[in-house]
Design a protein around this ligand. Sequence first.
Ligand code: MN
Length: 201
Amino acid sequence: MTYTLPELPYDYSALEPYYSGENLELHHSKHHAAYVAGANTTLERLAEVRGTNDFNSLVGLEKTLAFNISGHVLHSIFWKNLVPGGGGQPEGELAAAITEHFSSFDAFRAQLTQASILVQGSGWGALAYEPLGKKLVVEQVYDHHGNLGNGSVPLLVFDVWEHAYYLHYRNVRADFVNALWSVVNWEDVSKRFESARKLDI
Ligand code: MN
């Protein structure tokens, strides 16, 4: 099985005015597509390496594999985390868990906002479920795969690579992050929380 680029669950212009259709189209059809291709190519290269039994290139390939698969996974989650007409606040068990682990929704929102804005270089802010302590945590991801707690499951992710926003928001990353809150699909985030809570480590 090879990886494929998923269709967006909405039109490219559907998240306007919070996210321009032109930026979203490039982001999905070019940038996300590159990680899909990169993951497939790297897996092919690894199969070749196993065939020759010469593992000199293995370390670089493993890094490339982690980068591309993680990029594909995070973008696949990101598109579904957004929805036209979204925003507001979660309800039910997710809302209760956010209050329990961050003291309030506003405190959580401030932490995820700042974790996203303050990424040095390229990366993501993420709300994640940590299954050993059964906690919600905010993570600051470098590139697509650095600075992560092992086992954590991303529930809500904000892409703050320059490719994600530069066409629309130029250098003002903070405006992009603040705009994303207006299109969060809390139903999707809640569904991910429900399924992550079944994990046992
Ligand atoms: Mn991206």
